[in-house]
Write a protein that binds this ligand. Structure first.
Ligand code: C2E
Ligand code: MG
Ligand code: MG
Length: 571
């Protein structure tokens, strides 16, 4: 055996070990074949098959298995055959990796006895078996792809209504698939996607449809169930079947699923909304910590606003009529409370929903592609106000929150300049706030937009510093003029250790010539502490809550603005 072969075998054996741990509890036969058709690994559920074939690690694979493996390697896609072992019948699916290793996945079909049952037909064909050709099937899992489902779902719903039946759509997401790819490589990640696809397929009936949606997501369409509880039972069974554990390279990771489902016709009135609502339920499952399922109905009941399509429609309407408007919260001098500028914070009062919090509608705007338009309207309104304040002689600035979507827009900086230009304003009066997450150092497009905006004269601020994955690199490497210390970190300044941390951040800002603003000041005590450790700008309810534009002039009249000698710092 040459060393090259040994290397391959070692690699295969290592991977086999990792897989073995994951697969041991799988209820269906799973066998891994070496490039030479030897058994590398098998799980306990494979034993009846191996015994019937008198196939061991020391004997050759049965002829039909060899043929199946050969076909899988040659075609580079999944092939399957039916085999009978005593009274049991299995569908044996073979999938080859590029290194010649073949995974055999058995699916027992003995007990199904559903051949006479109606099969799911979509897009004019039978797709309940994962045998779709390249244009309809997903190459990795052999399952039908999203397109098949999208094309056929409408018709399926129509037929369900005709028969007085219901259809459930479950959206399944593999938690942390990206991390698994990063830790163990894409091939291993693919293996997991493939296995989970088959596991889902194994858990549903023959006439139900399992599709690979995209990446690490699957869509399951169930029909012919009587109670909603059948769906939750299935979700529970899937959760129980997939607590896989991936291990290797001194690292162990859990593989789990999150699921969300919605049912037609009670939760949705069309294929489109059914998809949307299953999606919302999945988001709720993710928000709840992953590794669980959520039912659209209860998720919507717990939080009526997650009936997102409704919220989205209202938001669209609001944007169309320009009903969103910013409120303004002052950013003040830590010593005398005079105003250096205002942060514009978007507000929405809907005729039907009442006041909707930005935490609720901003994510919807981001998800539905409305964030750029929202940002544009807020920026326009805030610059309008800035023009008024300036015209009244107040030398203050305005801060705008900029979403990642806006930063990614090629015309973003040009549009912002145009907004300034038509009002005769200067870029240095406007601060653009990007949050840590948005300003990801490694995102070249964002980085470039930040640099272009700074080069155009806008002041740039890094918002919510200390709330997430704070990185000092960001302050050093990107053109920020201001650092906004998040209220979660600011609160820690009340204790000795936290105070020293905030103090060193303030000192770092001074050393770098970066302005600092501490957010979320709710009481005099915290304001005093922060003054004592050198904070120069503060913002929070203690000074003022965000106020409508009409209240700003009065506020300015009572508090005054930072003296023109200080004005340099606000630019
Ligand atoms: P942010 O930019 O960090 O804004 C500060 C948030 O803290 C605001 O919440 C503000 O009302 C709140 N806040 C200020 N002082 C205090 C305080 O003393 N105590 C407490 N508990 N909260 C305080 P808001 O208005 O709900 O906005 C939340 C976030 O939504 C903002 O965080 C910002 O990231 C985003 N946002 C707001 N307006 C816009 C906008 O026009 N465009 C974009 N893209 N995002 C926006
Ligand atoms: Mg902000
Ligand atoms: Mg902030």
């Amino acid at each position: 055996m040459n060393t090259n072969m040994l290397g391959t075998e070692e690699m295969v054996a290592k991977r086999g070990l990792r897989l073995l741990r994951m697969l041991e509890d799988h209820p269906q036969p799973l066998i891994q074949l070496s490039p030479e058709d030897r058994v590398l690994e098998y799980n306990p559920a494979s034993v009846p098959l191996l015994e019937a074939w008198r196939w061991t690690a020391f004997t050759e694979a049965p002829e039909m298995v060899k043929r199946l493996a050969k076909a899988a390697r040659a075609r580079g896609e999944q092939v399957e055959m039916e085999v009978a072992v005593g009274t049991r019948r299995y569908t044996l699916v073979a999938v080859a990796s590029s290194d010649g290793v073949v995974g055999l996945y058995g699916r027992e079909i003995t007990t199904r006895g559903l051949e006479s049952e109606p099969r799911l037909e979509v897009a004019g064909g039978d797709v309940s078996k994962p045998s779709g050709g390249p244009e309809r099937g997903d190459a990795l899992t052999g399952l039908p792809n999203r397109e098949v489902l999208v094309n056929g779902l409408g018709r399926l719903l129509e037929r369900a209504v005709e028969r007085g039946g219901r259809v459930a759509l479950i959206k399944v997401n593999i938690d942390n698939c990206r991390d698994i790819n990063a830790a163990y490589g894409h091939r291993f990640g693919d293996e997991i996607i493939r296995l989970i696809g088959h596991c889902i397929r194994d858990h549903v009936g023959e006439r139900d449809l399992v599709c690979r949606d995209a990446g690490d997501e699957f869509l399951v369409v169930l029909s012919g169930f009587a109670e909603r509880s059948s769906i939750t039972t299935l979700c529970d069974a899937l959760l129980a079947a997939v607590p896989y554990r991936a291990s290797g390279a001194g690292l162990e990771m859990q593989v789990s699923l999150s699921m969300g489902f919605a049912v037609y016709p009670e939760d949705a009135d069309s294929a489109e909304t059914l998809m949307e609502h299953a999606n919302h339920a999945l988001s709720e499952a993710k928000n709840a910590g992953r590794g669980c399922w959520r039912d659209y109905l209860s998720a919507a009941r717990a939080n009526p606003l997650i009936s997102g399509s409704h919220l989205c429609r209202r938001l669209l309407e609001a944007l169309r009529h320009r009903r969103l408007r910013p409120f303004y919260q002052p950013i003040v001098d830590a010593y005398d409370g005079r105003v250096a500028g205002f942060e514009a914070l978007v507000r929405w009062q809907d005729a039907e929903l009442g006041w909707v919090s930005p935490q609720e509608f901003i994510p919807v705007a981001e998800a539905r592609g409305l964030a750029v338009e929202m940002g544009r309207q807020v920026a326009g309104a805030a610059m309008e106000q800035l023009g008024r304040w300036r015209a009244a002689g107040h030398e203050i600035g305005v801060s705008l929150n900029v979403s990642k979507r806006s930063l990614m827009e090629p015309a973003f900086v040009a549009e912002m300049r145009a907004l300034l230009y038509v009002r005769g304003l200067r870029a240095e009066w406007v601060t653009l706030e990007a949050t840590e997450q948005q300003a990801l150092l490694h995102d070249a497009t964002c980085r470039e937009a930040l640099e272009r905006a700074a080069a155009s004269g806008f002041r740039m601020a890094l918002d919510d510093f200390g709330s997430g994955h704070s990185s000092f690199d960001m302050v050093a490497d990107l053109p920020f003029h201001e650092l906004k210390i998040d209220m979660s970190l600011a609160r820690k300044a009340k204790s000795g250790r936290g105070r020293r941390i905030v103090q060193s951040i303030l000192e770092m800002c001074r050393t770098l010539g970066v302005e600092s603003v501490v957010e979320g000041i709710e009481d005099e005590r915290l304001a005093k502490v922060l003054r004592a450790i050198g904070a120069s700008r503060l913002q929070g309810y203690y000074y003022a809550r965000p106020m409508p534009a009409e209240a700003v002039m009065d506020y300015l009249a009572t508090k005054g603005t930072v003296a023109s000698a200080d004005a340099k710092a606000t630019r």
